[in-house]
Design a protein around this ligand. Sequence first.
Ligand code: SAH
Length: 397
Amino acid sequence: MSATLILHAGKERSLLRRHPWVFETSVARVTGKARPGDTVIVADAQGQPLAKAAYSPHSKIRARVWSFDPHAPIDHAFFKRRIEQALARRAALPELAGQEGLRLVHAESDGLPGVIADRYGDTVVMQLTSAGAEKWRGALIEAFVKATGCARLFERSDSEVRALEGLEAVTGWRHGTPPAAPIVIEEHGVKMAVDIETGHKTGFYLDQRDNRRLLATLSKGKRVLNCFCYTGGFSLQALAGGASRVLSIDSSQPALDQALTNLALNPALDGSRAEWRCANVFEELRRLKAAGEVFDLVVLDPPKFAPSAAHAGAASRAYKDINLLGFKLLAPGGFLMTYSCSGGVTIELFQKIVAGAACDAGRTARIVKRLQGAADHPIDLAFPEGEYLKGLLIEVE
Ligand code: SAH
């Protein structure tokens, strides 16, 4: 018999709109006994059952909904079905066909809160971030292996958000044997090695796939500045697109080493046009400005400055600073490609910050395209928090 979370009166509204989170402050009481990760019934103040959810007693997000059918069995078959549905959703999109690197499951947006899975060739990298997902590890591994037919599965459950759930970091091979050679995927004709064991996220920023291609289309004959370059995803696409010069900056030497390895994997690219600098972007942009450098394309893809709305103030100042400097470094007619992957910064706020930066830099500028994550990172309409990555392609006069 499942325990039941009884909500305060009125707190059922977000669930009725199919938002999958139940906050600590919404819960009036718990009837029955529930341990971390257990499946519980969520009921309104009158005791009317509304959903089945995973219990997270250590988190402010006290429960995450598995199903809005309070009678649905949450078992191995449930997870198998949700994973098959997520795969089918992607298979239905021709633009994703043949991608060697693909997000298979995007957590809440695929009806699986706390579950992320990316496929790199025949390796699945799975990341579990909630007590509920943790509880079903075995079922999830089995379902991913069966549904994908992949040779191996690596678990990369070392995201810091696990601490909020009272979970330790765990990583390791859960199926198959480690590959004999480094994992390499091809993205729009460029080979990229993916360090699934120690790289960021599951090893690669798959969400920027379409935007890297867009950069390639703009790069012919252009001087490109790629800030926060990580392993060179945008940089190599700029080279592939015919850039005359690509200066890439990151503060992580291991990431830059990997970028050089990636360049070597692509002998058709002219590496003599690429420069790599290990530096703090905030300082390096000032140095470039002082040195009188000018670029035709500036990419700003910083890390998450605001994980939640509480950090929006400090994050806004950081976004303003780099965007201001980015505008100042652009030649007339140049493009700024600027991103925020902060959940705590909305697109409206981000646009306001960038507008302020353009104004302070004394530049007239236009949005020519709004940018977002690739189609394998869908956004459930009931879960706007899923829209973490937002970008603007801006043309300056
Ligand atoms: N654009 C990349 C992903 C960027 S991730 C891609 O398409 O793959 C953000 C990167 O910013 C990380 O590699 C991190 O090392 C780097 N970083 C974080 N803070 C920095 C700073 N202050 N200066 C320079 N690089 C920074």
